[in-house]
Design a protein around this ligand. Structure first.
Ligand SMILES: O=C(O)C(=O)C[C@H](O)[C@H](O)COP(=O)(O)O
Length: 213
């Protein structure tokens, strides 16, 4: 397999967790205040999903103004999106799933790609393409902690960032697994808090999560 030329490795992104806010940001002017509020609470890794029209500009804003943040792009589902988020300044890309095309683009690209899996066969497809760090999505709906424990049997060297249904009540159970390095979720930055621009509340949520982990 050809050597990768990634800015930072996926292992480094995972190690900078252990909690990763999954962000849905509609307005570009909210980008830096949200990133700063999260970082004030001890968060280093941010995942800005490509679910809004503003997402690429949001990534660009945070990459420019928050040099200490490890800014990543979420919901990256194809090679073209990987190219766009790289151009916008994302330091890694994370996907809810994987396709052979996306995996190839990740291997040829300049930022780390973290593909998503919810089954053993998807995991094996990713392993065949040289990947070792995956998102596990949708975590709770796919068997949660029990599934990850079982996957750790045949695949002890694979590392996961579970997301989907993770909250203050269960994230520590995930983090206690030997194959989980970090976990992600929208609980760290809820929609209504963003709408109300209640930035200090975001810092409090982040502090709670980083202190408890
Ligand atoms: O958009 C993406 O790229 C995703 O892969 C999905 C997110 O990681 C989950 O939707 C977060 O789940 P909740 O914390 O339950 O809201």
């Amino acid at each position: 397999m050809a050597e990768r030329n990634w800015l930072i490795d996926s292992a480094e992104v995972f190690a900078a967790g252990p909690v990763v806010p999954v962000l849905v940001i509609e307005h570009v002017e909210d980008a830096v205040p949200i990133a700063e509020a999260l970082m004030a609470g001890g968060i280093k890794v941010l995942e800005v999903t490509l679910r809004t029209a503003a997402a690429l500009d949001v990534i660009r804003e945070i990459a420019t103004h928050c040099p200490d943040a490890i800014i990543g792009a979420g919901t990256v589902t194809n090679a073209e999106q990987l190219r766009q988020v790289t151009e916008a300044g994302a330091k890694f890309a994370i996907s809810p799933g994987l396709t052979p095309d996306l995996l190839d683009a990740g291997n040829a690209g300049s930022i780390a790609l973290i593909p998503g899996i919810a089954s053993i066969s998807e995991l094996m497809t990713g392993l065949d393409k040289g990947y070792s760090h995956f998102k596990f999505f949708p975590a709770e709906a796919s068997g949660g902690v029990q599934s990850l424990k079982s996957i750790g049997g045949p695949f002890p060297n694979v590392r996961f960032c579970p997301t989907g249904g993770i909250n203050p009540g269960n994230y520590k159970d995930y983090l206690s697994l030997s194959n989980v390095m970090c976990c992600g979720g929208s609980w760290l930055c809820p929609d209504d808090v963003i709408k109300g621009k209640r930035w200090s509340e975001i810092t409090e949520l982040a502090k709670k999560a980083t202190a408890g982990s």
